[in-house]
Design a protein around this ligand. Structure first.
Ligand SMILES: Nc1nc2c(ncn2[C@@H]2O[C@H](COP(=O)(O)OP(=O)(O)OP(=O)(O)O)[C@@H](O)[C@H]2O)c(=O)[nH]1
Ligand SMILES: [Mg+2]
Length: 326
């Protein structure tokens, strides 16, 4: 463990990959080792810029990460990419696709790319992703990009562990904004309208203006300076607009640091995840024996009308209390 911690701190990518495998494991002994490792590494106090990135399939996330990541590494920054896909809908084909789409970045010595583990439970995914972020930070990465397909709760989850949240959108045909949910719009710090090239360029510019208008209508957030959240056009394919996007991210990050929002947000996030983890652990108890069996038998009694719902629920509480104290 000591050795692994030292190697992670030295920025060794193989050790980092092994450490992530360790935190992804649900074996009890691995969990114990992972907790020790994370405690060890926390002392280094290193922080990266955590950037969440979300967008529907095909919008160009992989292409964007490749181009954006390479731009950052060319500036001497070290970039880690973590993919989150709680639906585990992503087929092996897509991961292969990502390897070819992120070919340059995956060969870059300043980059580290980690595909998502095939996990179905969002809670488990959240913890593993947070731990992987912490490991990348300890390994001295300057930027950690956390990518997620825009499905279900995964966007909210990623936004809750990122310092900045980017929403990648495609140019919309017609005057209609795409069916972007209001809640997701409200999480975005910067909307990037991708594919602003060739025939799509004019549409992208129009779409971008539409989103800029929609963003202005949202409730003002205390963590935003004047002009944010904002919408920009980019072309991941032609690598256009990426420097501008990065400059905007830096401007926002600097402002938030100067005004205390950065640290406050991290503290709130840490608290949020602590509470979520305690809740998850409590819920997990219900699914473990002997509690699980006892609850099932109480449920059967309720079904047969042998005991009232209220009395059964009270009995269940009593059983849980006994479990906790015994
Ligand atoms: N014209 C144009 N095409 C792009 C751009 N970025 C990506 N594409 C194309 O869009 C398609 C999907 O790109 P990906 O990067 O794989 O999209 P993704 O969001 O990672 O897709 P999933 O991994 O399936 O969720 C590919 O054919 C890309 O070449 C762009 O900036 N301009
Ligand atoms: Mg992709």
């Amino acid at each position: 463990m000591q050795n692994m911690a030292e190697r992670v701190l030295a920025g060794d990518r193989r050790a980092l990959a092994r450490a992530i495998t360790l935190v992804e494991s649900s074996r009890a002994d691995h969990r114990a080792q992972a907790t020790l490792l994370l405690e060890d590494l926390k002392c280094a106090g290193r922080q990266a810029q955590r950037i969440g990135l979300s967008g529907t399939p095909g919008v160009g996330k992989s292409t964007f990460i490749e181009a954006f990541g390479c731009m950052l590494t060319a500036q001497g920054l070290r970039v880690a990419v973590l993919a989150v896909d709680p639906s585990s809908a992503r087929s092996g084909g897509s991961i292969l696709g990502d390897k070819t789409r992120m070919e340059r970045l995956s060969r870059d010595p300043r980059a580290f790319i980690r595909p998502s583990p095939s996990q179905s439970q969002l809670g488990g995914v959240a913890r593993r992703t947070r731990e992987a972020i912490a490991l990348c930070e300890a390994a001295g990465f300057d930027v950690v990009l956390i990518e997620t397909v825009g499905v279900g709760q995964s966007e909210t989850m990623v936004a809750e562990m990122a310092d900045l949240f980017l929403l990648l959108l495609a140019p919309a045909s017609g005057d209609e904004l795409q069916g972007v949910k209001r809640g997701i719009m409200e999480m975005a710090d910067i909307i990037l309208v991708n594919k602003a090239d060739g025939e799509l360029k004019a549409t992208a510019t129009r779409t971008c203006a539409d989103y800029a208008g929609a963003l202005r209508l949202l409730r003002k957030r205390p963590q935003d300076p004047e002009g944010f959240p904002k919408a920009l056009t980019v072309s991941a394919l032609e690598e256009a607009g990426l420097e501008k996007a990065w400059a905007e991210m830096q401007a926002l990050a600097d402002w938030r640091r100067d005004h205390g929002h950065w640290g406050r947000r991290r503290a709130e996030q840490a608290r949020h995840w602590f509470e979520a983890e305690v809740r998850d652990a409590l819920l997990a108890r219900l699914d473990r024996e002997p509690v699980k069996g006892l609850l099932l038998s109480l449920a059967a009694q309720v079904e047969r009308g042998e005991i009232s719902t209220t009395a059964a629920a009270e009995e269940a509480q009593r059983l849980l209390d006994v479990q906790m104290h015994g």
